[in-house]
Design a protein around this ligand. Sequence first.
Ligand SMILES: [Zn+2]
Length: 307
Amino acid sequence: MEIQGYKFSPTLEEIYQEITSTAPSLKLDFETVDEQPVKGRNAIQGVDPEGRRIIRIEKNSLNESVISHELLHCYLDLKGYPKLSTLCVENNIINYFAMRTEESIIHKLICQEQDKRGITRTDDLEYAKSISDDLEWEPMSPEAQIFYSMKILDILIRTSEWKEFYETSLRYRFKNSYQYAERLWDKVMSKDFQTPFETRRAMIRVLKELENIIAENGLEPLNLSMNVATGFIPSARQLDENIFDLFEVYKDFLTDPYTGEKVWVLVSKAEDQASFFVLPGENFEESLTDKTLRELYKEWKVSYTLR
Ligand SMILES: [Zn+2]
C-alpha cells in the first residue's frame, strides 16, 4: 500500500490487511491535503454517502504514527466498538462532549495497540504540545473550563509515559479544567476496558461524570443520558429478552432539529443511558410488544456485537 509515494511499512501493511480481512467489501481511500481545517489535527476520517471510508491526511504527516492511528480507528469501528451519536446540529455542545468522549476512550485502545505493535507514537507527543500551547491561561467561564477539560483528558490518555511533564505544565495553568480532566480520567481508568462492551461502559462513565461536573457548577443540565445514544452490546441471553425488559421507551422525547420529527428514545435500563433514537413508524409501540432484541435487530437490519 502506498499513499502519494509514501510506502507502508510492514507494520502498517499488517494493520491494513487486518482491516481488509475484517471487512472485505470495505472501500477505504486515502487523500492528502496541505493543511487540515482544525488545528492540532493532522488527519480526519469520514464515510461518504456511498459508504466509502476516506482517511484524509496532511501531506507532512504521512508517517507510521499518524497513519496507524487512523487505520486503528477504522479497525476498531469495524470490530463493533461503540460509536456515540446525538441528534444535535454540528457545533452543539452536547455533540462536542459526545464526540470527544468517544474519541478519547477509543484513543486509549489505539495507544495500547500501537505500543503492542512497536509503533513510536511521535504524533501523540506533538498533539499534546500543540494543545497545551493552544491556551495560555484557563478561561474564566465554567463552561469553557469543562470544555477544555476534554482536551486535557485526551492529552492524559495519549501521553502516558510523558504524562508527568504535561501534568506539571497543565495542572497549574488550568486549575479547574485540569481537576475536571483528572476526575474524568479516574472514571475512565476505574475499570480496565478492552472489549466493545467494556469500552461502551467506559464512555458512559465519562458522560455521567461530565453531567456531575456540569451540575456542580450550577450550569444548565445537558441531559447526556438521554441526548447521547450509545448503542447496546447485548449478552447472548439478552438477545432473546423482550425489548421492554431491556429498555425504557420514552415516546416523542426528542425532536430532530433538521426535520422537526419527534424521536423516541430507547434507554438501556442497566446503565440508565440512551441506546437508540427511533423514528417510530405507525403502530411502533404495539409492534414492540413481545418483540425480542434479536427480532428488533433483524427488523432494523443492523449488525451487532455480542458482549
Ligand atoms: Zn484519533
